[in-house]
Write a protein that binds this ligand. Structure first.
Ligand code: ADP
Ligand code: MG
Length: 697
């Protein structure tokens, strides 16, 4: 693990390029450090100034009379290199390079970035940046803030790593408005030395960080990220806002920080596999982070609600139920307590409507009673401020109860920003405060997701016994391109996937002669590398009952192909036994550069492109992943059995996925593989059609 102590806990800082010109970066940086109350020594460096803000200023870092733990560089780009060299000479322990104009602008910026990175790495000075927005650490013993976020950060459990400075500032801004706080923040910019992996590893181990947020545009090393994040997410939640989901988004990202964006499906599958929660928007990021900041984790899906208004209560109930949460009946004891203390018109049930007139007193009674109910896992306090009260009165009244509540408390206060201001004291307890019901649902859903991730085992997939020699010998004689059908089926068979009995007939042969010991009914298929979908051109005939029909089908198929696909070269015919199974699945794999092999399953057959009911996993898969992939499909009810139709043997289908994952991990030369369809029924699965594409050696 990298030592980042000089970055987050320096005892002395040199601000190289500090100026006395208000609103310049050099001024702002110094000013922030001073205003936030840094507990160490600060040395402005500027050859043209004698003092800035009353602080003695030095012409170069070499003139600073004391040792320097951290140098923050804000000079013009062309001066960065020499400033870095001086820092090395001085023995500075860590660097933050805020100055921009490096890799992200291309040209000589790339070379300049390489040179400063070399200096910092040779000297063993960890560097954040270049082209970044600084870092902060809210620990009261340090109080270090060198960022340009609008507000000074509030202390709290969030550790935030942001590739973009502006996105970082935006999140910090909103977070401050919503009263949740940070322990550490770093904007990694071009991340030429310290990158997201280094910092994720550090934050995972940092006891002051309770939840990790990442804003990323690309991954420096997705494989390493996966490893680190798998370990980190077992200790604390990891939330990722990854930009570049759409194609144009990806382009914008690549022109932004010189980022090369990886394929998005692979990103999804990778994050899913390592327990990172991917969010789509800043709003969602804020909603889920608040839940993770709570001192108590959510233990279940049973919610109690107290409200003083009907409408908002109904809306919130709908949102929660849609998201799979329940509002169960209360314990008898609770009901008794509520009805004896609340006015008779109030509802002593769940949701508990205390009515507008009871004000803070009604809430006190309800929270006291509900927070001890054994049927409940979390308490939602919904407040719409009636004219005769103030939100601040409510907050004052319920704060002590919330503080000692055995259940996690979540606030949903309808209103605008003034309501948020009044709610601030609850923020001090890290109680999540929402102003819209969908935010609550998103937050609770994230909480449940994390609980499930922790319960989910991270056992690696089982390794099946397979016939590698057979695959080796097939691949050895193969250049790049598609395997012919008999080789492709042989590869599946070697990896224990069942295939129908089949024989290949030469094009000029009468298919009949090839049948041998195959049992009717049979299937006749053309073999032609010119035909991607054989059945589209009339090249598949199923349910052939006997020899006579086979001969007839063969003749008809040759005629049909001549008409439908005259340019397709017929390389032969495949005669296959009919396989059983009422559901056509697709199981495939595709190698994603930078990520590894993506394994896919879905509802297959000829409609796969239309239905797009597919799900992915990144190999190597966890033991439980294949089955989870199947259960994630929209058509899972079809797989599980519906309306008198039997379900398929899910574990057999899952095993095929696991075996394919093992195959593509074992053979990096397999670039793409598609079993379509895998015929699946209650008795098992058979791969009746497969294509395998091989890369050159
Ligand atoms: P293609 O995808 O090139 O059109 P397939 O070999 O997948 O050709 O065959 C098309 C369809 O025929 C399959 O989706 C399946 O419904 C059916 N089929 C093919 N082979 C068999 C078989 N051995 N047993 C049962 N049905 C089959
Ligand atoms: Mg097919």
């Amino acid at each position: 693990m990298r030592d980042v102590t000089p970055i987050f806990s320096p005892r002395s800082i040199a601000v190289i390029g500090a100026t006395s010109r208000p609103l310049s970066v050099g001024w702002e940086t110094l000013n922030r450090i001073l205003e936030y109350g840094f507990t160490g020594a600060v040395y402005p460096v500027n050859p043209k100034a004698h003092a800035i803000k009353g602080i003695r200023t030095y012409p170069s870092v070499l003139d600073v009379p004391d040792s320097v733990d951290l140098a923050i560089i804000v000079v013009k780009r062309d001066l960065v290199l020499s400033a870095m060299e001086q820092c090395r000479e001085k023995g500075v322990k860590g660097m933050i390079v805020i100055t921009a104009g490096f890799k992200e602008v291309g040209g000589d910026g790339v070379e300049l970035e390489r040179r400063i990175t070399q200096i910092t790495q040779e000297a063993g000075m960890p560097m954040v940046g270049p082209n970044c927005m600084g870092a902060f650490n809210t620990n009261p013993d340090v109080r270090f803030n060198a960022t340009f976020a609008r507000f000074h950060p509030k202390r709290g459990p969030v550790g935030f790593i942001s590739q973009s400075g502006a996105m970082g500032a935006q999140v910090l801004d909103f977070a401050s408005e919503r009263h949740f706080g940070f322990s550490k923040f770093v904007s990694i910019g071009n991340k030429s030395d310290l990158n997201e992996n280094d910092l994720l590893e550090v934050f995972a181990e940092d006891g002051e960080v309770g939840v990790i947020l990442l804003y990323l545009e690309d991954f420096v090393d997705a494989g390493r990220f996966r490893e680190i994040c798998t370990a980190a997410s077992r200790i604390k939640p990891v939330v990722v806002l990854k930009a570049g989901r759409t194609e144009s988004g990806a382009k914008a990202a690549s022109s932004h920080t010189g980022a090369l964006t990886g394929s998005d499906t692979a990103v999804d599958a990778m994050l899913e596999s390592c327990g990172a929660l991917r969010v789509e928007t800043v709003t969602e990021l804020l909603s889920v982070t608040k839940i993770f900041c709570m001192p108590q984790r959510l233990k279940g899906n049973r919610i109690a609600m107290v409200t003083n208004a009907g409408g908002p209560g109904i809306i919130a109930t709908d949102e929660l139920e849609r998201a799979g949460f329940v509002l169960p009946e209360l314990e008898e004891r609770t009901v008794r307590q509520l009805s004896s203390q609340l006015p008779p018109e109030a509802t002593a049930a769940n949701p508990c409507d205390v009515l507008p007139g009871t004000g803070p007193d009604g809430y006190r009674i309800a929270i006291e009673a509900l927070s001890h109910d054994k049927n409940i896992d979390a308490l939602l306090v919904l407040w719409t401020c009636p004219v005769m009260f103030k939100t601040s009165w409510l907050v004052e009244a319920i704060k002590p109860l919330c503080d000692k509540s055995p259940l996690p408390v979540i606030a949903l206060f309808s209103g605008a920003s003034d309501v948020m201001l009044d709610a601030a004291p609850l923020g001090e307890l890290e109680i999540p405060i929402y102003i819209h019901a969908p935010g609550v649902a998103a937050g609770l859903t994230a909480g449940r997701w994390y609980r499930e991730w922790l319960q989910r085992g991270d056992e690696p997939a089982v390794t099946f016994e397979v016939d590698k020699k057979r695959v080796d010998s097939i691949l050895k004689k193969k250049g790049p391109g598609w395997l012919d059908p008999s080789d492709a089926f042989a590869v599946l068979q070697a990896y224990g996937v069942s295939i129908p009995g089949s024989v290949v007939a030469a094009p000029e042969d009468d298919a009949l002669n090839a049948v041998g010991t195959l049992r009717y009914p049979l299937v006749l298929k053309v073999i032609s590398s010119d035909l991607l979908h054989k059945s589209d051109a009339g090249g598949v005939e199923v349910g052939i009952a006997d020899a006579e029909e086979l001969a007839r089908s063969h003749r008809k198929m040759v005629d049909r192909l001549q008409k439908e696909a005259p340019s397709a070269k017929i390389e032969g015919f495949l005669v296959q036994e009919m396989a059983a199974g009422q559901v056509e699945l697709i199981v495939g794999a595709k190698r994603e550069p930078g990520f590894g092999p993506l394994v896919m399953c879905g509802l297959g057959g000829v409609l796969v492109e239309v239905l797009k009911d597919i799900s992915f996993g990144l190999a190597p898969l966890w033991r439980i992943e294949p089955e989870r992939m199947l259960r994630r499909l929209r058509s899972r009810e079809i797989l599980e059995g519906t309306r008198g139709l039997p379900g398929i043997d899910l574990s057999a289908a899952a095993e095929v996925i696991a075996r394919i994952a093992q195959l593509v991990v074992d053979y990096p030369r397999i670039d793409q593989l598609d079993i379509n369809p895998l015929l699946a029924g209650p008795e098992g699965c058979t791969a009746v059609d497969v294509r395998v594409n091989i890369l050159g050696e």
